[in-house]
Each structure stands twice: as C-alpha cells, then as structure tokens.
Design a binder for this molecule. Sequence first.
Ligand code: AMP
Length: 544
Amino acid sequence: MLGLMQDRPLALPHIFHRAEQYFGHKQIVTATATGQTRTSISEWAQRVRRVATALDTLGISADGRVATFCWNTTAHLELYLAAPCTGRVLHTLNIRLFPDQLTYIVNHAEDEIIFVDRSLSRLLWPLTDKMPGVRHYVVIDDYGDCPIPDDPRMLDYERLLAAAEPFAGEFVIEDENTAAAMCYTSGTTGNPKGVVYSHRSTVLHSMISLIADGAALSERDVVMPIVPMFHANAWGLPYGSLLAGSDIVFPGPNMTPHACLALLAEHKVTVTGGVPTIWMGALPLLGDYDLSSLRTIVCGGSAVPKSLSEAYRQAIGIPILHAWGMTETSPIATLCTPRSQHDSMTEDQRANIRARQGQAVPLVELRLVDPASGEEVPWDDTTSGEIQAAGPWIAREYHKGEGGGVQFTEDGWLRTGDVAAMDKYGFVRIVDRTKDLVKSGGEWISSVELENEIMAHPKIAEAAVIAIPHERWMERPLACVVVKPGETLTAEEVIEHLKLRVAKWWLPDAVEFIDEVPKTSVGKFSKKTLREKFAGYTLPSAEA
Ligand code: AMP
C-alpha cells in the first residue's frame, strides 16, 4: 500500500519563492571595499529573476555548469539561486586554488560561464586560454581595480542584469534529484574530485541549519557566513537563512579578524560560522567589540580545540558549536550541542564534550569500521575506527564516477578517511585523518589531540604535529609551534606542559618553532606543506 501524500519535489525554487513571498522586507548586507550595500530580499529576488533570464539569453545549456569565482556577497547569493532554479548547476570555484587545479576543475566540470568578482579577476585572466569551454566571463564590479581584457567573452554583471527582463512566474524543478550545485574536494591526494549536490539533498540539508539541536536559525536571526561560499556551500548557512527568513550579512573581500568582528558587532549578528583559524585570529581582539548579540558560532572544517572554545566562553559567554563534515557530506554530518545527559556534569566535563564533533544530525547515519578487518567497532569511547557515513545528503559517487572503488563501500556508504571513537550516545571524537596519524611502534598517536593539548598553552597561538620517519618506532611526532606575538617559549617548556596532559610515549620527539602554520585553500592546517618543509628532518632521538 502506498502513502497518499502529495509527491512534491524537494527543490530550491521552494526556498527562493518562500523567501520572496514571506521575507521580502528582510535585509542582506554586504561589506564592500568602499563601504556596505544593503539589499532587501524583494530587490534581491528581482535580481535573481533577471539573472535567470540572462542565463537563457546567453544560451547557457539547460543543465549547464554556472561557475562562480567570488567572495561572500549578495551577488554570489543571487547566483546561488538563479543557476539551480533554472535547472543549471552552480559550481562554486575555490578562489585560493593554484592555477593548474583551477583550470583542471573548470574543464572537468565543463563550466560554460564564470561569474567573477572584479577584485579576484586578475587570477583568472591569464588562464582563459586553458579553459576553452568557458564561453562567457561575467565581471561583478566589487570596486576592484583589476583591468578587464578587451575580449568579446567579457561581460559586465550590472549591464547584463539591466538588459534582462525579470523572469516572470514560478521556477519549477520537476525532478528533485536534478543536480543543483557542485564543489570539488580540496584534493590533498590526486586530482580534486567533483561532489554533485541535488536539489533534494540541498533542501534537506538546509533544514539542518534550522534544528533546535543545532544553529536553530529563525526569522529573528541575523546570520553572517564567514565560511566561504565556495566551501561546501558555506555549510548550508545561505540556503538555511533564506528558508528561515533571517537577515544576512556577508563579509565581502575583507576577511581580516578586525573587519569580521566589526561587522558582527555593527549588525548585531546572532549566528555566524567559520573555520577555527578565523576564531583563533579573532580571539585576542574580542574585547574591542560588543558581541553581546551573538548566540551561536558554528565551527568545523578542522578540530576545534577545547582551549579555543573555552576562551570564547570566558570572553563573550558562548562556547563554539562544534560541527564535523566534509564536502562529500554537504557538509553537516554531526553537531555538538550538549544534551540533557550532560547537565549534571561539571563545566570542565562539558567543555570536554564540546571539544567532540558531536552526534550525527537527523537523517545521517554513521558507523565506525576497523580498516583492517572491515568489521564495525563498538561505541565504547575507546575503540577507534574509520567513520563511514550514509544519508540523503551524503555523496554516493563523484562526478564522472572517479575514485568510486576507494571512497565508497560496496553497500553504498562513504568512507570518510577520518578516524574516530564514539561514546554510547554516538558523540563522535575524531582522533585523526587516517593519513595524519603518527604510527609509533605499531600504536597510533593522534596528531589532532596532541595539537589541541599544545594549543592549550597560554603562550602558544597555533601548533601542528606531523609524523617524522623513525628507525626504531617507524614514526615519531614533531611539534611545529607558533608562539603568540611578544611571548617567548622553549621546547623544554612545551614538553613540560604536555607531560601533565598526554601519555609519555606521545610526547613529541622535537619541537620546532615556526612563524605560521601553513594553511590550505580553505584555511585548514596544511600538514602536506609541513611534511614537505620537514622532509628529511632528523629527530634528536634518532641521532642518539
Ligand atoms: P573538506 O571536504 O575540505 O570540508 O574537508 C573535510 C575534512 O575536514 C574531514 O574529512 C575532516 O578530516 C576535517 N574536518 C572537518 N570538520 C572537522 C572537525 N570538526 N574536527 C576535525 N576534523 C574535521
């Protein structure tokens, strides 16, 4: 017997029309190079409708890839809806990729058009010959001064919109499984791989920003996504905000901690999200701004050290809301909102809980699997295994079927490459990336845990731990430490600090002081770069 409910597609036009119909009076603010723009949702919706017509006029294929090379801005949000609501596929390009990766991704995705912020366009112009499939470059004038080549492929965003009639009527996507957007994985090994989100997966994932045991976005919120809109759709915050009817603030090109904090204060932002690097940079400046409106800081992309979350709780009264996921999981897979079972704990015990990645959000399933035996391991908070994930917004394969055998199990689960333990409530504690673990004498040392303990030192700004080959133990940890400005510290002091916190055999064999931990294109610690920097490094213990 079949259910007798209406079979209505879960598709992005619903989010667009809902925002336009109910929340036209709400505001989107974007910080620009010269000031700020303020757009009502009604005005924004009219512009989305114009972009939709312009895509038709330019002859973009019915399911053509529409790429963006943009900061977090109102115009970027116009493209976020205009492309998928017309059946095209939004392809957000990471503005920090190397030229070779960028051209590979554009060609692999078969992008037909790239919308580019003028301030970023300098990076694209030398590459146009290597991207023969791109028929149009539409320059969004964000007050950048980059010259625009004299080339018929170059168009101006505002002129294009002015010439386009707003699309009238309702956008319709009949099949909810139609592709809506795509993002490429950061590709630490091999070529980047394309993750293709559907309308259905995007709508369902957007709902997660609204759940009470999460960011709980509502119409009363002012949301500022600091996480780039090219990083897994800014974790769903833009679509979630439109669905909820929240006001939105975009930081635009100036992503310095001062600029972000000033915006949070000025617009009384209630919910924001960004990677730990952002919050580490902003920490020393918190006292300069009135952040009393802020109620939730969503943070993920890499582990949130307990010391960081606690420093925020002490400075502004709210800890960081820890989330875990990956491009392949849309990306929200877990969120760490303390639950009733944690109420009776001490504040310090709760802080330990908040340093976990949290519980799988509704509709996502997780399991822990021993990589050697392929068997599931128990949720006893001790035994670790690789996290495998399943759910309606988890990838089942990559664009053009690449990497399938390696990353997906025979029964259709995603192999995440993250090693974790879970407590009996399913609260995940990520131990490491499989490839970042330090394998010492057959036992695993978690580089993430070591880093978190090192970063708990009050004089340390950042720390990253990498494995160095060792004759006797196979691998031993090297700690690369960044000292806070104006402070001094010795390797012995770092080790003394750790002795109280980790098992003796976890203590790094050496501590190197560096100016900065190198970051990836999405602001994470780049262990790959550190490993290259310290290739051939000789540990003092190995010399002895
Ligand atoms: P990306 O696809 O660039 O978003 O990277 C996903 C990877 O980032 C995951 O597989 C994890 O290794 C890492 N990651 C994301 N969130 C967290 C977190 N909260 N704690 C630890 N690692 C994380």
